[in-house]
Design a binder for this molecule. Structure first.
Ligand SMILES: Nc1ncnc2c1ncn2[C@@H]1O[C@H](COP(=O)(O)OP(=O)(O)O)[C@@H](O)[C@H]1O
Ligand SMILES: [Mg+2]
Length: 157
């Protein structure tokens, strides 16, 4: 399968949040975003802005750092936000219910390398790189599933 790619340069947390809302507006059940990048790159900032923009009513958006997952009831489906940094045993991926969530929910996954062979092939990868010592972030989208092409195009328009 051919891999598609698009990149965006964010100059501030606000720009990243705006991009997250534009991507988030287009997500539905069965869509997974793999949020890659080092500590402090902006994965959680992106996830939080996206989640806040999809909630019907204001609600806390706590970090899943220790709980591994936080789930939200959106009007039309669930949204799962996972941070797998502290995942101990790969069996936990199944125990947490993540494989079912990949099918039925919108999933935002930080540290998706922990999924190894359980990584959903149809996911959109969003890679954050903080190359400089300031607020600039390079955000790169890669995907093979064709339906992401229009989503990314819309988000970057
Ligand atoms: N352009 C930017 N996009 C996203 N976050 C940024 C940007 N510039 C600075 N930041 C800051 O970088 C930090 C990113 O933290 P966080 O999202 O928790 O990182 P991660 O989840 O990748 O470890 C936040 O404090 C955020 O305000
Ligand atoms: Mg994080």
């Amino acid at each position: 399968m051919t891999k598609s790619r698009a990149a965006f340069t964010s100059h501030s947390p606000d720009e990243t949040a705006q991009l997250a809302r534009r991507v988030g507006a287009q997500l539905g059940a069965g869509d997974t975003l793999l949020l890659e990048g080092g500590i402090g790159a902006g994965k959680s900032h992106f996830a939080r802005a996206l989640i806040l923009s999809r909630l019907a009513e204001a609600e806390d958006v706590p970090s899943p750092t220790f709980t591994l997952v936080q789930t939200y009831d959106l009007p039309d489906c669930e949204l799962w936000h996972a941070d797998l940094y502290r995942l101990g045993d790969p069996d936990q991926i199944v125990e947490l219910g993540l494989l079912d969530a990949f099918q039925a929910a919108i999933c935002l996954i930080e540290w998706p390398d922990r999924l190894a062979e359980l990584t959903p092939e149809t996911a959109l990868t969003v890679r954050f790189d903080d190359m400089l010592q300031n607020d600039t972030r390079q955000i790169e989208f890669t995907w093979t599933a064709p339906h992401w092409t229009s989503c990314v195009k819309e988000a970057l328009a």
